[in-house]
Design a protein around this ligand. Structure first.
Ligand SMILES: Nc1ncnc2c1ncn2[C@@H]1O[C@H](COP(=O)(O)OP(=O)(O)OP(=O)(O)O)[C@@H](O)[C@H]1O
Length: 228
């Protein structure tokens, strides 16, 4: 792994099912990302984008190959070690925001930190307030998700992904559910966070307009990387 790489995978495979039903979805992925990079992950439907993000996010194990991040061998790590690693170093944004409906914007943003620590602290509340400010929603901190627009909810989801100061945010079609204007707003926000906080982002998308806003382009085709 090169000095500045935050993660590196090589020969990574993923198979689902057994016997005749077995399918090889990732067919030997070699990929690394440097600290502070922002990359789009493109590929046709079914090419393996979500599977790769889920594995990089330690939410699922690869079937074979190597997966190292920040000096940790994540293939060999126990489930407990992987869970701790995830909450400390990784953030997630999904196509559907997955905010908890009964919590305010502020409480949703604090949630991953409060869960990791087993309690809420004043520092968490302050950090969540700062992040809501950074995503332009300081005045919505007490609103519930149902009282916000789709774009605002997704900005809350971005703030939530950042609460534990992750090294890498994995975003699976974060703008897939938004109109063009809201999508651009979320991408502007991601770019500015990438530049100011040096957080790395890997963003899967079907949208060339979104991909064009990312300095690096990684393309998957049928479980293999054809451009990175
Ligand atoms: N749990 C699973 N069991 C069996 N097959 C699976 C499973 N998860 C994914 N697959 C298969 O793996 C392939 C890749 O799926 P994946 O969701 O990673 O693709 P994708 O590139 O993200 O697609 P999309 O752009 O439509 O979201 C698909 O053929 C899918 O059916």
């Amino acid at each position: 792994m090169s000095a500045e790489a935050i993660f590196s995978v090589s020969g990574l495979t993923k198979r689902f099912g057994e016997g005749e039903a077995e399918v090889l979805v990732l067919k030997g992925i070699d990929l690394s990302m440097a600290a502070g990079e922002m990359a789009a992950l493109l590929g046709p439907s079914g090419s393996g984008k979500s599977t790769l993000l889920t594995i990089l996010g330690t939410l699922m194990r690869a079937s074979g190959g190597t997966h190292d991040m920040l000096g940790v061998d994540l293939m060999q790590a126990s489930e407990g070690q992987r869970t701790k690693f995830r909450s400390k170093h990784l953030g997630f944004v999904f196509q559907f925001h997955h905010l908890l409906p009964d919590l305010s914007a502020l409480e949703n943003v604090m949630m991953p930190a409060a869960c990791a620590a087993g309690r809420e602290t004043r520092a968490m509340r302050e950090r969540a307030t700062e992040l809501l400010d950074a995503v332009g929603l300081a005045d919505r901190r007490d609103y519930r998700p149902s009282a916000m627009s789709g774009g605002q909810r997704q900005r809350v989801a971005v703030a939530r992904a950042l609460i534990n100061n992750p090294v890498l945010v994995l975003a699976d079609e974060p703008t897939g559910n938004l109109d063009r204007q809201s999508a651009d707003h979320v991408m502007d926000l991601i770019r500015s966070i990438n530049q100011t906080m040096a957080t790395s982002f890997l963003i899967s998308t079907h949208d060339e307009h979104i991909a064009g806003q990312c300095p690096r382009r990684i393309e998957l085709l049928d479980g293999r990387i054809v451009r990175s």
